[in-house]
Design a binder for this molecule. Structure first.
Ligand SMILES: Nc1ncnc2c1ncn2[C@@H]1O[C@H](COP(=O)(O)OP(=O)(O)O)[C@@H](O)[C@H]1O
Ligand SMILES: [Mg+2]
Length: 266
């Protein structure tokens, strides 16, 4: 891909500019055919639903790797906007909450079920059997819902331009209870490891901004939501346990495990 400029990378892929209008999301060789096809199918359906997402063009193979061609969104990740202009953090948090509320106004069928995905995650979490059983029981008790959930909704997956906003990276999209989606966003904002290249002082500042960002996000979301913020306590331990099955830094895993154990209080 050396003839094209790399404009981004994430946990599953690298993204290259093909020209002024299109990008190629080139998946890591470890990503399965089923996963790529799922992202492609989900993206097509989101475009058809008029969601604020990049248009999806086609699937291709390049250098023996699977790829998807998307519309080139010349925006800046919300995280980067906040890092450069911290005074915009409150506006960004309100925007994130309103995008999430609008997404959660959509009911979808035949997306993978959030509860099924979380059940597998809890099972593979490495937590002790008693805690896993308790959380699986809580999960069983959560009402089945068919709300469109992003599954990994955080400021890095929002591309922000002056006049428009796009939500990207729908690999984990599901249908389910919206508070599971909100609980995941809260967990990511509270506990995601910060980049290693930040010094101690910078980490402190970022943590303060992130906390205030989270407060504004939650306040804005629950102002218009049919649910009460207090209900989150049921959903948080479930998404935290499932997070333990993901490839994340050991330190982040330890922080989440400790916070989870405190929350379930056993
Ligand atoms: N359609 C797009 N237009 C412009 N940049 C994009 C587009 N899609 C992805 N990117 C950039 O590439 C990065 C990785 O893409 P993403 O879909 O989040 O992949 P991953 O699944 O690997 O996290 C994004 O954070 C963003 O900076
Ligand atoms: Mg991403």
């Amino acid at each position: 891909m050396s003839e094209h400029t790399r404009i981004g990378s994430g946990r599953t892929a690298e993204v290259y500019a093909i020209n002024d209008d299109k990008v190629l999301k080139l998946f890591h060789p470890s990503v399965s055919e089923a996963t790529v096809q799922k992202e492609y199918d989900v993206s097509k359906r989101l475009v058809a639903m008029d969601m604020p997402v990049p248009t999806v063009f086609r699937r291709i193979e390049k250098d023996n790797r699977k790829g998807i061609v998307y519309e080139y969104i010349k925006g800046t990740a919300m995280t980067e906007v906040i890092a450069k202009k911290p005074w915009k953090a409150r506006k960004a948090a309100r925007l994130l909450a309103n995008l999430h509320l609008n997404m959660h106004a959509h009911s979808v069928s035949s997306f993978p079920r959030f509860k099924d995905v979380l059940r597998v995650g809890i099972d593979r979490s490495g937590l002790d059997a008693r805690l896993k059983e308790k959380l699986q029981n809580t999960l069983d008790g959560i009402k089945d819902a068919t709300i469109l959930c992003h599954g990994d909704f955080h400021p890095d997956n929002i591309l922000w331009k002056k006049q428009s906003i796009h939500i990207i990276d729908w690999l984990d999209a599901t249908c389910g209870h919206p508070l599971l989606d909100v609980a995941r966003t809260k967990m990511l904002l509270e506990h995601s490891a910060l980049p290693d290249d930040l010094g101690r002082f910078e980490k402190r500042i970022v943590t303060i901004i992130r906390r205030s960002f989270l407060r504004t996000y939650l306040k804005t979301y629950f102002k218009r939501s049919a649910y009460d913020k207090d209900a989150l306590v049921i959903y948080e331990p479930i998404v935290m346990a499932a997070r333990m099955s993901e490839t994340i830094p050991d330190q982040e895993k330890d922080v989440i495990r400790d916070a989870l154990i405190q929350k379930v209080n056993i």
